[in-house]
Design a protein around this ligand. Structure first.
Ligand SMILES: [Zn+2]
Ligand SMILES: [Zn+2]
Length: 187
């Protein structure tokens, strides 16, 4: 038996689509273009969309026999930290979304598993779970400021990128140091 989510969607929430304007006749379409503030924790530990940052929604809602198909792209800025050198990363992400939201009590609603398709709640579609999954999949688990980031000097912890090319902490072996002094005296 399908379980209906008990959360009540707020139709004014920027990530909730109201499909009242979409005729429930298969083939009917509406475009949705809006800018919504990003919800909390949209992303991964080291990189994500900052809360409140602009998310640009460029979506299409389409009536199908069992519900509403939502497809299109969502893009936004991402900030994070390089996994090697810990310096800040400023980037952007664009994800493609395609999700069927079944009408309540449609065959799909009654037969599909909870994770297989979305559900309309009345006329409302909650985009947040699908958006969250898509963004998490699109972001790197080990973000880098650039593919060949050399990381940090293990001795002093400074980013190699900010150190001179000959940076080193090599301790000259005392025996060799004595030898090199001898050599210098001979010169
Ligand atoms: Zn880096
Ligand atoms: Zn160093």
């Amino acid at each position: 038996m399908p379980k209906h989510s008990q959360t009540h969607l707020n139709p004014r929430s920027p990530l909730v689509l109201d499909t009242r304007e979409l005729p429930r006749r298969p083939g009917s379409m509406r475009t949705v273009n809006r800018v919504a503030p990003a919800p909390r924790d949209l992303g991964l530990e080291l990189i994500g969309v900052p809360e409140g940052a602009d998310l640009t929604l460029d979506l299409r809602t389409e009536s199908v026999s069992e519900g509403v198909l939502v497809s299109g792209t969502v893009s936004g800025a991402v900030t994070g930290e390089c996994g090697r050198c810990l310096r800040p990363i400023d980037d952007s992400v664009t994800v493609t979304i395609q999700e069927l939201y079944a009408y309540e009590h449609s065959t799909t609603d009654e037969t599909a598993g909870e994770d297989e398709v979305g559900r309309l709640q009345g006329d409302l579609v909650d985009l947040e779970p699908v958006l969250r999954d898509a963004v998490v999949l699109a972001l790197p688990t080990n973000p880098l400021c650039r593919a060949d980031c050399p990381g940090l000097c293990p001795e002093c912890g400074a980013p190699w990128d900010e150190l001179p090319a000959d940076h080193s902490h090599q301790q000259v072996d005392p025996r060799w140091a004595a030898l090199s002094q001898l050599t210098r005296k001979e010169e």
